[in-house]
Design a protein around this ligand. Structure first.
Ligand code: WT7
Length: 651
C-alpha cells in the first residue's frame, strides 16, 4: 500500500451536516462550557462521553485522589476505541477519506484511504497480530517510519487490546532496547528502512541491534518500504505482506476494554533517570482527544486536516490518529521533511491536498523563516483556515511570520500547550472563537483548571502574575501511571505541590487572565520540540572512557528553540579536543539518537558545586547563554575559581 498502488479514485461526496456536534461555536458558549466544567465536572464530561459508542455505560464518571495518585474516569464503562474511530463512522462516512498519506518524494504517488478501507486494513493487520500470538494486554513496540502502516499498526493493536508503545524512528538501538525491556514487549513492528529527505535509513538493522539486548520479544513484523534485503531471523521475523496473504478475514471483532484499561505507553524524558513510560487509558483518553480536536481546530465535516508531527510523539498519537479519526475527520500523514526537495514542500502539500487546518511546530516555522520567503509566496495556500503550533513556546517573530505569510492574516493561530502526560491540548485558543494573543497559549479548555503556584506551593491569585504551572483538578486524558513504577509517577508529578499535578513548566498569567508558557523550570531541555532530560544526556556522555563527569544545560538556539551545551571533565587533559568531542557525540548518538546531539562541548577542570555537592546549573546556563554579567553570589561555591575558568572557555 505504501507504494501507492491503492489509490481511491472515486470518493463519494459527503452528505452530512458540516458543523460538528458538541462543538463550541462562540465565545459565549466557551464561557458557558468552562463554567459548567468547573461547577459540575462530572455532568460536563458525562454529557460529552454520551456521544461515543460504549459497549456498556459507566457507573460513575470520576474517582480521584491526587495524593496517591489514583484517577479513574468512566468507571466500568466498556468500549473499544477503534470502534469509535472506525466502525461507528462506516454508515455515515464509509466513503469519506479517513487518511491521506503523502510520501517523502513528491514524485511518488500518494495514498488515500476511506473509512471503509482503513477499517479493513486495520482489521487485517489486527488478524495478522493475532495470528502471530498477540493478545489483549501484551505490549507491542512499534518502531516505524511515517507510512500508512504505522497508523494501521497502532489501531490494530488497540483493536485487539494490545498496548502499543511507539518509539520514534530517530531513536538508537540502545534507546529501543531500554523501552522494549522496560515494558517487556513481546512483539516489535518495524520496516526494512525509511526515507528521510534525500537519505534512506536501515530501520530493521537498528532493531536487530536492539534485539541483542532484548529477551522478551518473540515476533517481529516487518513492513516493506524500501524493498531492501534485510536479515530475517527464522521463526522470529515475518514480512507483513506475506502474513497478509495468510489472513482471509476482512473483519476483526474488536476486543472489549474497560475504560481504565491501558491503551498505550509512550516514553518521555524527565529531569531524573531514564525515560519513563507514560500510561494512557482507553476511555478518558478517547473522550479527551476527540473533544479537544473538534474544539481547538474547529474542524468542519469536509475539511482536510494536517498535523506534521511524527506519530512517535504524543502529538501524532492524539492529533494525527485518535482525535481526528474519532471526530470522523480526514487526517493527513506526511512521510518527509519540510526542506525536501525544497523549502516549499509543506506549502506545496497544502495546495495539493487542499489542507484546511495545518498544525506544526515552531522549530519548523523558524527553519523555513530562515529561508527565502518566496518559497511560501509561490503557493496560494487558499484552502487554509486554521494554523496551529505545538511543542515549545512560539516566539513573537515566528508567530507573525506564520500569521502573515502562511495564514495571509486570515487564519487564527492556535498555540496549543500540552504534554505527553496530559494526553491532549490543555491551554489553547479555540480557532476563530476565542481571542488570540501572539506567543500566548491564552485560555484553558473547558475541563482544565490551571493554577500558578509560588516556591512554597501557595496558589497565586489574581492576574499579571508568574509562577509554576499546576493543574488542580483531573481531566479525562491525563496520565494514569508510569509503566511499572507508580511511585515514580507520584514523585514526578504529584509530590512537588501537594494535591496538584505539577507540569514542570513556568508560566505567566497576563492582565486578562491569558496564559503564556515560559518554558521548563526543571532539568528538561526542549530541542526542536523534543524532550530530553539533562541527566539522560549526561549519563550517555559519561559512557565515554575519558569522561569523569559532565553537566548538560540548554541554551537559546535560533532554530531549535534550545540547543544542548555540555560541560565535560576528563581524567587527563584533552590533547585533541575535536576528536574527543566527536567521540562524545558518537556516544550520545549511540545511547539516545541523533536528535540528542550536543551542539557545544566545553572541556573544564571542574564544575561549580555547592558545598553539598549540587551542581549550580543556573551558573552553567548563564555562561551557555553568553550572559556572564550577573552570575549571582559564587562565594559559597566549593571552588569559586572554577567559574572564571568556565567563563573564559565559554563556546
Ligand atoms: C513540553 C511537553 C505537547 C506535544 C508536544 C510536546 C512544551 C508544549 C507548548 C506551547 C510552550 C510548550 C512545554 C511542555 N510545550 N507545547 N504551546 N507553548 N511550551 O510534548 O514532549 O511532552 O513536551 O513541551 O514545556 O511541558 P512533550
Amino acid at each position: 500500500m505504501a507504494k501507492g498502488d491503492n489509490q481511491t479514485e472515486n470518493v463519494t461526496p459527503l452528505n452530512l451536516q458540516t458543523r460538528m456536534s458538541y462543538r463550541i461555536n462562540s465565545f459565549e458558549e466557551y464561557k458557558e462550557a468552562y463554567k459548567k466544567s468547573v461547577e459540575d465536572p462530572e455532568a460536563f464530561w458525562s454529557d460529552i462521553a454520551e456521544n461515543f459508542q460504549w459497549r456498556q455505560k459507566w457507573d460513575k464518571v470520576l474517582e480521584w485522589d491526587f495524593e496517591k495518585p489514583d484517577v479513574k474516569w468512566f468507571l466500568n464503562g466498556k468500549l473499544n476505541i477503534t470502534e469509535n474511530c472506525l466502525d461507528r463512522h462506516l454508515k455515515t462516512r464509509g466513503n469519506k477519506l479517513a487518511l491521506i498519506w503523502e510520501p517523502n518524494d513528491p514524485k511518488e504517488k500518494f495514498v488515500r484511504l476511506t473509512y471503509k478501507e482503513l477499517h479493513e486494513e486495520v482489521c487485517k493487520f489486527a488478524n495478522v497480530l493475532k495470528r502471530n500470538g498477540a493478545k489483549k494486554g501484551d505490549r507491542i513496540c512499534i518502531y516505524m517510519p511515517m507510512i500508512p502502516e504505522l497508523a494501521i499498526a497502532v489501531l490494530a493493536c488497540a483493536r485487539i487490546g494490545a498496548v502499543h508503545s511507539v518509539v520514534f524512528a530517530g531513536f538508537s538501538a540502545q534507546a529501543i532496547a531500554g523501552r522494549v525491556n522496560d515494558a517487556s514487549c513481546s512483539m516489535v513492528i518495524t520496516s526494512d528502512g525509511l526515507n528521510r529527505g534525500a537519505k534512506q535509513i536501515p530501520v530493521k538493522r537498528v532493531v536487530d541491534e536492539a534485539m541483542e539486548q532484548c529477551k522478551t520479544v518473540e515476533k517481529i513484523i516487518v513492513v516493506e518500504r524500501l524493498g531492501w534485503a534485510v536479515n530475517m531471523v527464522e521463526g522470529r521475523d515475518v514480512w507483513y505482506h506475506d502474513e497478509l496473504k495468510q489472513v482471509s478475514e476482512k473483519n476483526c471483532q474488536a476486543e472489549e476494554m474497560d475504560a481504565e484499561d491501558m491503551l498505550f505507553i509512550l516514553y518521555t524524558s524527565g529531569s531524573t533517570g531514564k525515560p519513563k513510560g507514560v500510561v494512557h487509558s482507553c476511555g478518558g483518553y478517547m473522550v479527551y482527544a476527540d473533544y479537544t480536536f473538534r474544539n481547538v481546530f474547529q474542524y468542519d465535516e469536509s475539511d482536510v486536516y494536517w498535523c506534521t508531527a511524527d506519530i512517535g510523539w504524543i502529538t501524532g498519537h492524539s492529533y494525527i490518529i485518535y482525535g481526528p479519526l474519532l471526530a470522523g475527520a480526514t487526517t493527513m500523514m506526511f512521510e518527509g521533511v519540510p526542506t525536501y526537495p525544497d523549502n516549499g514542500r509543506f506549502w506545496q502539500i497544502c495546495d495539493k491536498h487542499g489542507v484546511n487546518q495545518f498544525y506544526t511546530a515552531p522549530t519548523a516555522i523558524r527553519a523555513l523563516m530562515a529561508g527565502d520567503v518566496d518559497d511560501v509566496l509561490s503557493y496560494s495556500l487558499d484552502s487554509l483556515k486554521t494554523l496551529g503550533s505545538v511543542g515549545e513556546p512560539i516566539n513573537e517573530e515566528a508567530w507573525q511570520w506564520y500569521h502573515l505569510h502562511v495564514g495571509k492574516e486570515k487564519c487564527p493561530i492556535v498555540d496549543t500547550w500540552w504534554q505527553t502526560e496530559t494526553g491532549g491540548i490543555m491551554i489553547s485558543p479555540l480557532a476563530g472563537i476565542t481571542e488570540l494573543k501572539p506567543a500566548h497559549a491564552t485560555y484553558p479548555l473547558p475541563g482544565v483548571q490551571p493554577v500558578l503556584v509560588d516556591a512554597e506551593g501557595n496558589e497565586i491569585e489574581g492576574n499579571d502574575v508568574e509562577g509554576h504551572l499546576c493543574i488542580k483538578f483531573p481531566w479525562p486524558g491525563m496520565i494514569r501511571t508510569t509503566y511499572g513504577d507508580h511511585e515514580r509517577c507520584r514523585q514526578t508529578y504529584f509530590s512537588t505541590y501537594k494535591g496538584k499535578y505539577f507540569t514542570g513548566d513556568g508560566a505567566k498569567r497576563d492582565k486578562d487572565g491569558m496564559y503564556r508558557i515560559i518554558g521548563r523550570v526543571d532539568d528538561v531541555i526542549n530541542v526542536s520540540g523534543h524532550r530530553f532530560g539533562t541527566a539522560e544526556i549526561e549519563s550517555a556522555i559519561n559512557e565515554h572512557p575519558k569522561v569523569v563527569e559532565s553537566a548538560v544545560v540548554g541554551y537559546p538556539h535560533e532554530i531549535k528553540g534550545q540547543g544542548i551545551y555540555a560541560y565535560v571533565i576528563t581524567a587527563e587533559e584533552v590533547k585533541d579536543a575535536e576528536t574527543v568531542r566527536g567521540e562524545i557525540i558518537e556516544k550520545v548518538v549511540q545511547m539516545i539518537g541523533k536528535i540528542a546531539k550536543p551542539e557545544k562541548i566545553q572541556f573544564v577542570s571542574g564544575l561549580p558545586k555547592t558545598r553539598s555537592g549540587k551542581i549550580m546549573r543556573r551558573i552553567l546556563r548563564k555562561v551557555a547563554e553568553g550572559d556572564t554579567s550577573n552570575l549571582g553570589d559564587t562565594t559559597t561555591l566549593l571552588d569559586p575559581d572554577v567559574v572564571d575558568e568556565i567563563k573564559a572557555g565559554a563556546l
